[in-house]
Design a protein around this ligand. Sequence first.
Ligand code: 1YM
Length: 645
Amino acid sequence: MAEKNTTAYNDDSIEVLEGLEAVRKRPGMYIGSTDTRGLHHLVWEIVDNSIDEVMAGFATKINVTMEKDGSITVEDNGRGVPIGMNKKLKKSTPEVIFSVLHAGGKFGGGGYKTSGGLHGVGSSVVNALSTRFDVTIYREGEINEIKFKNGGKLAKPLTKVGTTKKTGTTINFLPDPTIFSSTKFHFSTISERLKESAFLSSGLEIHLTQLNGEVKQVDYKFTNGLAEFVKELIHNHTPITPVVQLQGNEKGIDVEIALSYTEDYKENVLGFANNVKTVDGGTHLTGFKTGLNKAINNYALEIGLLKEKDARLDSNDLKEGLTAIVSVKVPEELIQYEGQTKGKLGTSEARAATETIMNQNFTFWLKENKELATTIIEKALLARKAREEARKARQAIRNAKGKNKTKAMLGKLMAASGKDKTKNELFLVEGDSAAGSARKGRDSKIQAILPLKGKVINSEKAKLTDLLKNEEINTIISAIGAGVGSEFDLEDSNYQKIIIMTDADTDGAHIQTLLLTFFYRYMRELIEEHQVYIALPPLYQIIFGDQKSIYLWDESDLEKFVQANQNKRYELKRFKGLGEMDDTQLWETTMDPSSRKLIQVDLEDGHAADRAFKVLMGDNVEKRKEWIQENIKFTLEDEEAGIIL
Ligand code: 1YM
């Protein structure tokens, strides 16, 4: 918990700036928007005042309640808002704080507070945008109440209503429905944000209760918050180091860092300044990276993993698999934000402070943990090598294109004749015979065919360098032409659609999942941008006496057909695989853009997809079968209906 900030508050130090009408006229100026986001902003605004009181070292507990009537109650056990009189304004201090715009008034300095960023416009803004705003203050042995209504009009002046031994502040507010497009709060949105606050203030106890609708409660308290935050971010990736925690204070700036390396190649580094997320980064993150860079390179040189003549590891090499939280506490008078949404820390002192603390403390850790240090450095060296190889591969493709050597590089690719990347499609086809029919049947202007023989390597288990040795994978990377892993750049992709075409059996499903895993791990943007599809070939063909025929995609189609055609004579044919279809059949049913069925592969959210892939590609064969059966259905779906990974 924070050290107590002993700067005394003075009831006369609050200044008057603007009226609350200004807030009601242009709410967007103060809270960003009047949609759900803006609505939730009201909660952050009030909670941040409680968090300030936590950071000042006086509060240890925050309760947030979503009340039955749609209002929100926030309660803390801090000192309680001062209850004296403001002589200049001849009003009670709470009346000034809650009804005068910009009356933050924690002057005198010496403290950290959340205000100054996107938040911190003050509780008065919340009052201005509420139909009810009731404050109860527990302080100096008394319970005092003050109430406002209709956008900040005083309904009950500060009044003593009882005595108490406790201290703290409770605010209950009901957002004005004439201001917000929706006044419905979301439990998950609030709980996520509160959890983040609890992670950032170890020891702080936060409870969230929902009383409207289904009654729910979550409780957060972390003794080692930052480390637990990193563990949550790592989620189901495999860590290759434990969580390393570093902290220090440089020139009044508190720096706390928790980091870990995982087997993944993605980086996940989050920055916070005075407990507010800096979505666009800033000086603290720059300092962190420079410090990390110096510490690792110097140590690698010292132990000989890097030689003087070698190029130094750069931040691209060091960021692969890096998961970290960088949290700085900057004194009020130094805090500075940049950017339109003020999501970027601008304080230059924060750069120096994080760099120094990161470099010094991490160097110390590396020396104390030689084996883990070596693991980190070797991963970075490997990342560099993989990037270098991927870069060479791309370069080779570019060169090959120029020199008409494409064929050798691209193996069995049957390219499309048209060069319009926004129209071209790449079919990844299981088996040579199906690929043969596909080649004959295709629209060769826009459709390229790549036959896949044998099993695709499992990307979940193999390292990128091994993957690059696999012929199938290499050909796919070359054909798409946009690099791989951290080098992948969707802009360079040669195709608008990548369509996986396999037999409708377990083997086919397996190939699909192996390919999807590969795309998910190493070309994620393809999936994120919905450019990966699965072709759905029909299972049955019905041939009538006159040789006319129709196709049926699954059992239920067949059942319906049989029911409806009991008196007709026809021949029923079941396709065992794509290879049984001739080129015309394959074109008509599976490739013709005007009549085919495609499943668009979609990501519901990164976490869920990650979990699915772990199940999918791990060692548990039973689980995998289950997943395939549940999630990859060979049934007739609406065109581009979408399976959610
Ligand atoms: C549920 C919301 O606002 N708590 C809160 C606010 C204040 C204090 C304590 C506080 C601050 C100081 C001294 C100080 C505020 N005080 C002011 C002002 N919870 C909630 N808890 N004593 C109490 O910073 O010096 C504004 S907010 F202006 F009076 F200092």
